[in-house]
Design a protein around this ligand. Structure first.
Ligand SMILES: NC(=O)C1=CN([C@@H]2O[C@H](COP(=O)(O)OP(=O)(O)OC[C@H]3O[C@@H](n4cnc5c(N)ncnc54)[C@H](OP(=O)(O)O)[C@@H]3O)[C@@H](O)[C@H]2O)C=CC1
Ligand SMILES: O=C(O)CCC(=O)C(=O)O
Length: 493
C-alpha cells in the first residue's frame, strides 16, 4: 500500500471533498509511488478562504522578516537536497545530476528572493511642483494562484512561490499531476521553516478541474502559469473575464546556430546536452539545430557518433545519460511527431523508436532528423521529447531568419568565434534568452527568465523581475507645502 496524500489547507492536511485519488507513477519502472487526493471546487474555495486569512497576517509582517522564513527554507532544502533529488528522479525520471540541479535551483531562488526582502525597491523621483515628494512603493497583490508543470518539479514552483511570498502574498498552489510529491515536500520545508498557516495552500488534482477552479476563482487576484501554449491561451482568456493579472511562461522551439568559425567540439557538447538532457523535456531544450553549410557534414558525423553513445535507462544509475519521458501520452506524442516528420519528407537519421533498457517505463531513443524545412510541423511545433531537427544555411542572415521562423521565442544560442556574429545574433534573434557559445539551457536565477511571441505575455520570472511579477506598484505623492498646489495647470506665468 502506498501512502495517501491529503490536501494542505490552512496549515493542516485535510481530506478532499471528492473522496477520489489518483496514482503518482515512476515513469521508469511504472511502480506506484503514492496516492494523491483529488480536490473538488469546494476545496479550492476552502483553500482561498484560508489564503485570505493567511494574507491578512503575512502581508503585515515586514518583508525582511518574511525573508527570514525563506532563508531558513533554503537551509532545509540544502540539508535535504540528496533525498529530494532521489525522490524527483523516481517521480519524474530525469537523471540524478539533473534532479540535484533542480533542487539547487530551488535553493538558489529561495536565497535570492529572501535577499530581495531587504531591498523591495521602489523609486524616488522629483515632482513638477515645489515642496512635493514623489516615490513608488511595492504592495502585495493578495491571494495568488500558482500552476506549474512537471519538468522542473521543485525549481519552477520555487521560482513562483519564493518571490510571491517575500512580496507578501498568500498562495493557492496547484502542481502538475505527474509530480505532486515534490510539491508536498516543498510544503513540508516551508512549514518547517516557520511559514504561518494559510500562507500557502496546496490543491492537487487534474488541471481540467482543479486548475480551472483556481483560474476562475473570483477571489484569486493573479495567476502565474507555466505550461503549454494551448493551456496558457485558455488561462489568459479566462483571466481576462475577471480582470485577473496573469503571467504566462509557455513553450519553446529553441534554435542553436553553429557558424563555420565555431569551436565545433564545444558546440557538439552544447547541442547534445541542450537537445537530449532531461530527455528533451525542457522548455529551453534545443529542438532546432541550424548549421552553416561549410561545417554541416563534419558536424552531423560527429554529432551522430555522440548520440549513438548516449545510454538510456533508470535515472538513478550513474551510467545513465537519458531517463524516460514523463508518461505514456508524452511517449505517444513523440512517436506521433516522428511519423509526421517522416511523412513530411524529413530524413530520419537516427532513433525514432521506443526502446527497452530492461525496464517497463516510457523510454524513447534520442532522435535526429536532417533535411528539415522550416514549414514542416516538426520544425514549428513543440515536441517536448528527445527529437532534434537539423537545418542547413549559407550565412548568418539566413540562420537568424530561420531561428525566428516559429511562433515561440524562449531560448536561443549561437556558436561562433566572431564578435560581430555574436552581437548580430543577440540583436536580431527574437527570444527572451540568447546564449553565446553555450547551450540553450542552464538559466541562472538572478536573471530574468521568459520569452517573447507565443512563449509568454511579457512577464519574466526570476531575476530582477521576480518581485514585480507578484507586486502592485503604488505611486505616492507627499505634499509638504501646506497649501493646495495644482498639478497640470500651466504655472509658467
Ligand atoms: N516557459 C517556461 O518557463 C516553461 C514552459 N513549460 C511548458 O510546459 C509544457 C509541459 O507541461 P505540461 O504539464 O504538459 O503543460 P500543461 O499546460 O498541460 O500543464 C501545466 C499545468 O497546468 C495544469 N493545467 C492543465 N490544464 C489546465 C487548465 N485548463 N486550467 C488550469 N490548469 C491546467 C496542469 O495540470 P495537470 O498536470 O493536472 O494536467 C499542470 O499543472 C510544455 O509545453 C513546456 O514548454 C515547461 C517548463 C517551463
Ligand atoms: O535550463 C533552463 O534554462 C531552465 C529550464 C526550465 O525552466 C524549463 O525548461 O522548464
Amino acid at each position: 500500500m502506498v501512502q495517501e496524500y491529503k490536501l494542505f489547507i490552512g496549515g493542516e492536511f485535510k481530506d478532499s471533498s471528492t473522496g477520489e485519488t489518483f496514482e503518482d507513477i515512476n515513469p521508469a519502472t511504472l511502480e506506484s509511488l503514492a496516492a494523491i487526493q483529488v480536490a473538488g471546487t469546494e476545496d479550492v474555495d476552502r483553500a482561498v478562504e484560508a489564503a485570505e486569512a493567511g494574507f491578512r497576517l503575512w502581508s503585515e509582517i515586514p518583508a525582511a522578516k518574511r525573508a527570514e522564513v525563506l532563508f531558513k527554507a533554503a537551509r532545509i532544502l540544502q540539508e535535504r537536497k540528496e533525498e529530494l533529488a532521489v525522490l524527483m528522479t523516481k517521480e519524474m525520471g530525469k537523471v540524478l545530476p539533473e534532479t540535484r540541479g533542480d533542487v539547487q535551483e530551488a535553493i538558489d531562488i529561495t536565497n535570492y528572493a529572501a535577499g530581495e526582502g531587504r531591498r523591495m525597491l521602489g523609486e524616488t523621483t522629483t515632482s513638477e511642483l515645489k515642496e512635493k515628494f514623489c516615490m513608488t512603493v511595492l504592495r502585495p497583490i493578495g491571494v495568488v494562484g500558482l500552476i506549474t508543470p512537471w519538468n522542473f518539479p521543485i525549481a519552477i514552483p520555487s521560482w513562483k512561490i519564493m518571490p510571491a511570498l517575500v512580496a507578501g502574498n498568500a498562495i493557492v498552489f496547484k502542481p502538475a499531476s505527474d509530480t505532486p510529491l515534490l510539491a508536498f515536500k516543498l510544503i513540508e520545508v516551508l512549514s518547517e521553516a516557520g511559514l504561518p498557516p494559510g500562507v500557502i495552500n496546496l490543491v492537487t488534482g487534474p488541471g481540467g478541474t482543479v486548475g480551472k477552479a483556481v483560474v476562475r476563482h473570483p477571489r484569486i487576484k493573479a495567476i502565474s502559469f507555466t505550461g503549454s501554449l494551448d493551456t496558457g491561451k485558455w488561462v489568459m482568456e479566462e483571466c481576462s473575464k475577471t480582470m485577473k493579472r496573469v503571467s504566462l511562461e509557455l513553450g519553446g522551439k529553441n534554435p542553436v546556430i553553429v557558424m563555420d568559425d565555431a569551436d565545433l567540439e564545444l558546440a557538439l557538447e552544447g547541442v547534445l546536452w541542450g537537445a537530449f538532457g532531461t530527455t528533451g523535456q525542457r522548455c529551453t531544450a534545443t529542438s532546432r539545430l541550424i548549421l552553416h553549410e561549410m561545417i554541416k557534414d563534419e558536424f552531423i558525423k560527429r554529432l551522430l557518433a555522440k548520440v549513438k553513445s548516449l545510454r538510456i535507462g533508470d535515472g538513478l544509475l550513474p551510467e545513465t545519460d537519458i531517463g524516460p519521458v514523463i508518461n505514456k501520452a508524452q511517449l505517444e506524442k513523440t512517436e506521433r511527431y516522428v511519423k509526421i516528420g517522416k511523412e513530411e519528407g524529413a530524413t530520419l537519421l537516427y532513433g525514432g523508436n521506443r526502446t527497452d533498457p530492461g525496464l517497463p517505463g516510457y523510454f524513447f531513443e534520442p532522435t535526429l532528423f536532417t533535411d528539415v524545412r522550416p514549414d514542416m510541423r516538426i520544425a514549428q511545433e513543440e515536441i517536448f521529447g528527445p527529437v532534434l531537427g537539423i537545418f542547413t544555411v549559407s550565412d548568418l542572415e539566413e540562420a537568424i531568419e530561420l531561428a525566428n521562423s516559429t511562433k515561440y521565442g524562449l531560448s536561443s544560442a549561437i556558436y561562433t568565434r566572431s564578435v560581430g556574429n555574436a552581437f548580430r545574433a543577440i540583436e536580431k534573434i527574437e527570444a527572451g534568452i540568447t546564449y553565446v557559445n553555450a547551450p540553450t539551457i542552464g538559466a541562472e536565477v538572478h536573471l530574468p527568465f521568459g520569452g517573447v511571441k507565443g512563449t509568454g505575455n511579457g512577464f519574466r520570472e526570476a531575476g530582477t523581475e521576480a518581485i514585480k511579477e507578484f507586486s502592485e506598484v503604488k505611486a505616492v505623492y507627499i505634499d509638504y507645502s501646506g497649501r493646495l498646489q495644482k498639478a497640470q495647470i500651466d504655472s509658467a506665468e
